[in-house]
Design a protein around this ligand. Structure first.
Ligand code: AMP
Length: 289
């Protein structure tokens, strides 16, 4: 395994691989590798000849300096976890190369009006800008993303289509702990009672899924199923609950075919997201979690 810090070196490696028809898959992460990342990387290994896992904690993706500073970072532990699953390249770029002082370009996909402004700014504008940079540096055939952040996945898919980029997005299922809580680096900030409380996030999605399975198609009612459950948990603060078209991210009033149920909540000061896809043509996946 090689740990690559320089963007020019990373580009040179993948350019050489492309020239010999080697399929490159990129798995962007912010580190603090957990079972959700591992599952994503395993799918990437099956579909690509060479997997590049990027580890970069991007300031643009945080709501505050404080949150950015305290985000869990342990590159040695991460590299050990990745060695076990045969990752070939870990791309851990230097902040000064990614975002030099004169950096002034922002990439924004205009389809997320239903999200609170702070979320749009941090999770999405920062994320699209950063992933765009990673895509240009690595130029992978496949980009692997987790269903947990399905809204991000849909936004990136749109960015790639809108800008005629030559990368295919692959979305893989959410990996959850036994309570249903999706594994996430930020879970380490939750104390015991907050961890218990955080399980309400997935429970709320399941409640909406069940209502849908029972024939409820009105987005308002599905949103109500999500929000009432999250609001019933004293340690949780609902940030958004939405029923949107999985491709365009436009809010739906009724589920005609399929929909993305997305929820964001803070537990204490920790922002957590989760989402599930519902589809009238398919039964809800009861094995998921
Ligand atoms: P992050 O390090 O949180 O930026 O996540 C990097 C990638 O891993 C994103 O595509 C996430 O959607 C994905 N991911 C994070 N948590 C999970 C999980 N519990 N299950 C599956 N994928 C995940």
């Amino acid at each position: 395994m090689e740990i690559v810090n320089r963007t020019a070196r990373m580009s040179a490696i993948t350019a050489k691989l492309r020239a010999t028809d080697v399929t490159v898959g990129l798995v962007p992460t912010m580190g603090a590798i957990h079972p959700g990342h591992i599952s994503l990387i395993q799918t990437a290994r099956k579909m690509s000849d060479v997997v590049v896992v990027s580890i970069f904690v991007n300031r643009l993706q945080f709501l505050s300096d404080e949150e950015f500073k305290t985000y869990p970072r342990d590159i040695t532990k991460d590299v050990d976890a990745l060695k076990d699953i045969d990752v070939v390249y870990v791309f851990a770029p230097l902040n000064e190369e990614m975002y030099p002082p004169n950096f002034s370009t922002i990439v924004e996909v205009e389809s997320t009006d239903w999200l609170p402004e702070t979320y749009r700014e941090a999770f999405f504008r920062g994320m699209t800008t950063n992933v765009m940079k990673l895509l240009h540096i690595v130029r992978p055939r496949f980009l692997f993303l987790g269903q947990k952040d399905a809204v991000q996945g849909a936004i990136l898919r749109k960015m790639i289509a809108d800008l005629n980029m030559d990368t295919e997005v692959v979305i893989t299922p959410v990996v959850r702990d036994p309570s249903g809580l999706a594994y996430a680096a930020r879970n380490c900030f939750l104390n015991e009672s907050q961890t218990r409380a955080a399980a309400v996030i997935y429970r709320s999605l399941r409640a909406a899924e069940e209502a849908f399975a029972d024939g409820e198609l009105q987005a308002k009612k599905l949103i109500r199923a999500i929000s009432s459950l999250v609001e019933s948990e004293p340690l949780a603060r609902l940030q958004y609950a939405a029923v949107v078209d999985p491709e365009t991210l436009e809010p739906l009033s009724k589920v005609e075919r399929s929909a993305l149920l997305a929820v964001g909540a803070t537990i204490g000061n920790t922002p957590l997201n989760d989402s599930v896809l519902i589809d009238r043509a398919a039964k809800p996946d009861r094995t998921d979690g």
